[in-house]
Design a protein around this ligand. Sequence first.
Ligand SMILES: Cc1ncc(COP(=O)(O)O)c(C=O)c1O
Length: 452
Amino acid sequence: MDTIKYVLSEDQMPTRWYNIAADLPAPPPPPLHPGTGQPIGPDDLAPLFPMELIKQEVSTERTIDIPEEVQSVYRQWRPTPLYRARRLEQALDTPAKIYYKYEGVSPAGSHKPNTAIPQAYYNKQEGVKRLATETGAGQWGSSLALAGALFGIEVVVYMVKVSYGQKPYRRALMETFGAKVIASPSDSTNAGRQILAEHPNSTGSLGIAISEAVEVAATDPNTKYALGSVLNHVLLHQTVIGQEAIAQLEMAGDYPDIIVGCTGGGSNFSGIAFPFIGAKLRGERDVRVVAVEPAACPSLTKGRYAYDFGDTGHLTPLVKMHTLGSTFIPPGIHAGGLRYHGMAPLVSHLLDIGQIEASAVQQLDAFAAGVQFARAEGILPAPEANHAVAGAIAEALRCKEAGESKTILFNLCGHGHFDMSAYMDYMAGKLENFEYPEEEIAMALAGLPSVG
Ligand SMILES: Cc1ncc(COP(=O)(O)O)c(C=O)c1O
């Protein structure tokens, strides 16, 4: 029998998160205070995050226990299945073996609840009443809204305006879970009002929405901030994905030669890849790891590795990352979750030290890959996940050309059931590619903060 699905039982779910900081040859450059230029400490972050998450942010322990209360919610959908894409392999006529980890089975439809649940849990433990956050496509916002409902915390979500218009059902899902959703930029914050004064028709960006949510948290003692990607603790929480994949590939008697993930802020990519990169860093097994980003927002392939703000309104610490400049507003591609000017410092560091590779895909190529995948495998990927699908297909076709039977693993980080208007536009020929916005990026990079 040709096995299609590798499934773990609930008692095989990981009970610890894996922390790659323990295995790095050198730590990534520290976040800096924008005023003093000095490394920030826990006290600087305390207005925004609960202490337990701050400790995880700076931890160098190799593993961190997943609290039982978090495990119990994870078990609602975890462990997630690992699929062998046999029909896609046939359609591509490739000798490569393609596996994908499917995170779309979570209640919100993506990997984002893997971190929303522990973030809400630790905030609740420390008595926080309300969480403010940003969302691009709405996957993260709906995940935090769900987590807020489960742990009894109010959630306010600043949703990037272009997505607010493109994805009304995501907004309805967040509201169903009890969250308040505001289109960003909004006139409810100073950061939003400032952007609107300069750009009244702004479509918004994750960088702007982050400024609004951070401002709300920084100015209200009962509200803390939650981020859906980029930060070390967020990447840490996602490592359940890769740990499960290791166990599932063991069931299949396999190990990946190539791992592919899409990158917005870097969390689903890290989730699948870090446990494997850890094994590589420890000298146990080699693997090639490829991050795939949109050509319209190419932070890893065209950005500069420099200290920059995480948000457009410059309220966050400075972090060293691959960045297109914090004032760069990416074109309104449908992969709203990939429209971020920067990249997780840990992912940026791994690219800098040559442990991972990066490539960029145009919107139409990403959708073509997603449609091909859906027709072979029956699962409709999120527009963000289409970038990983495109990356995996490109690797499989390369194997075909070279006559090599490599094992490819990719993260199908979410389904696209709330993104049907994007697919309708694609099939009607209304979607377009965006040229690399060279001038805008040059302008945004010219404004990078100077760090002594
Ligand atoms: C389905 C999906 N994939 C990927 C991303 C990009 O985020 P990250 O790079 O942190 O995984 C998002 C972000 O919203 C998303 O919703």
